[in-house]
Design a protein around this ligand. Sequence first.
Ligand SMILES: [Ca+2]
Ligand SMILES: [Ca+2]
Length: 259
Amino acid sequence: MSNWFCSLVFFCFAIAALDALKSQSENNWDLVRDNVHRRIKDKDPVSHSETVGSYGSAPNCSGIGPYITGWYKDPCPCHCGSGKTTSRRYCVWYEEDDKIDGGCVEKRTNDEKAKHPCTGALTAQRDCFHGPCLINTVIQQTADIQDANTNSDFYYTAITKGGDVCDVGVLDLPNYDDRERRNIDVYPLSMPCDVCMKSPTEVFDKINVTIVDGSDGWMATWIVVEVNNIKQTYYNNRWVDSYDGKNYGPQETFDHYYK
Ligand SMILES: [Ca+2]
Ligand SMILES: [Ca+2]
């Protein structure tokens, strides 16, 4: 057998052996990556921000580069309405560690501010929507005192604890004299409202009432606003009137006692 043939056979064997090693390394790497994903999933990845930590180890660091996982979507904070939420993903990498025999430590973080070798953002804001909140009804009673009644127009806004504002608009029943002394007015609305309410029992924090037409002041005993089938009563013992004064103003805030 000639020398050149010998060399060729040896060369082919060497290539095949290297390929086998490379393939095994890639398989190992897939295994490592699967394990990382399983461990991250087990740890409820979206409800916390994780600084650099060590998790498990790999047989060796060769061929394992830093990588970024897919996005883990955190839940929408809104029971109804639309809001913002943060999605996170992890940078995962490996570092040689002398304390582990021939080994390599897995590190990961989903904290934007932590030092890590990956490029690309680890957090992202995203919009989320859980269907509109629904204002079912507004009910109000005009106070039983002289001049409490009015024929002016009034604009209502409902404000959540988080500061989101729902424009309810002018409440006026057709063919009916609204806001007369002692009278209870009922406004069936079924009005969708795009504010973020965080639980099925959340009600509005306060209701603003503004006089928009005329100067005929109004005093209410109470206003009830029902949202998502939960009723809440709001109070303000001042006049809603066109002028600013000690006991009156063009916009008055109705509040509930229990917060
Ligand atoms: Ca009236
Ligand atoms: Ca009317």
